[in-house]
Design a protein around this ligand. Structure first.
Ligand SMILES: [Fe+2]
Ligand SMILES: [Fe+2]
Length: 245
């Protein structure tokens, strides 16, 4: 199964690079992944005209299955309500024979830091208790600090409680964005994979716009980072065996 994970497109930002947007679009349409996952910051300020710009971009993507969660930028200015109306549910769930995915809205209107909220813990536990599938959580904010991204002040306020649920339910993959930089941590049996920004110039240092391809074959996980600018690929994880019960 092939999944593409993109994040932080910020299509309405002055920092959005249309050339990179076209490259991401063409890569997705050529690759034809089984599933496209987008971890938020579709827009820049959450205004309706920005959501219209997002809809225009999204309409060019030829994908059968796509799951999207909002980012802190999308939730600004009541944008979280527009997200529900124009994009989809803020806590989406999706599954097939191979994976089960639980999306979480970690944004708080008009705050850059995140939070999940106790009201959602039971839902996460129930969703991630599924047997015999690769269990994936996707959310905008990182749950573990990302190096080289400045003073840490934007981790979800209840990250510790959510990490405990992730460990106890044996979640295999946690996908996020927000920091505009590719990174991967492994904590216990869980891989935490952050996608860089796919199309924004708000890059850290000499990093480049990027996204990740996630291949799951026979319970083995391969992660490949794609440099949007020059198309080069870097293998971040090669055939790691997942403990699927
Ligand atoms: Fe962002
Ligand atoms: Fe963000």
């Amino acid at each position: 199964m092939k999944i593409i994970h993109i994040s932080d497109l910020h299509v309405s930002s002055p920092n959005y690079n249309p050339e990179w947007g076209k490259k991401v679009r063409d890569h997705i349409n050529t690759t034809k992944p089984d599933l496209l996952l987008i971890t938020g910051d579709l827009t820049n300020e959450g205004h309706i005209h920005e959501y219209r710009m997002w809809q225009n971009y999204f309409s060019q993507l030829e994908v059968d299955n796509c799951i999207i969660v909002p980012g802190n930028h999308d939730a600004r200015n009541d944008g979280w309500e527009l997200f529900e109306e124009l994009v989809g549910p803020r806590f989406p769930t999706w599954e097939n024979d191979i994976v089960k995915i639980q999306g979480l809205d970690s944004s708080e209107p008009d705050l850059d830091e995140g939070g999940i909220g106790r009201d959602h813990y039971e839902k996460i536990k129930e969703s991630m208790s599924v047997k015999g599938k690769v269990k994936i959580i996707m959310l905008h904010h990182h749950l573990i600090p990302i190096p080289g991204t400045g003073r840490e002040r934007q981790i979800p306020v209840d990250a510790g409680d959510v990490l405990k649920i992730i460990a106890e339910t044996g979640v295999h993959l946690v996908l996020s964005g927000h920091r505009h930089k590719t990174w991967m941590w492994k904590l216990q049996d869980t891989y935490f994979i952050t996608s860089g920004t796919s199309t924004s110039r708000r890059l850290k240092g000499r990093s480049y716009p990027s996204f990740n391809i996630i291949d799951i074959d026979d319970g083995k996980l391969t992660i490949t980072e794609v440099n949007v600018e020059d198309g080069s690929k870097t293998t971040k994880l090669d055939g790691a065996v997942l403990n699927i019960e």
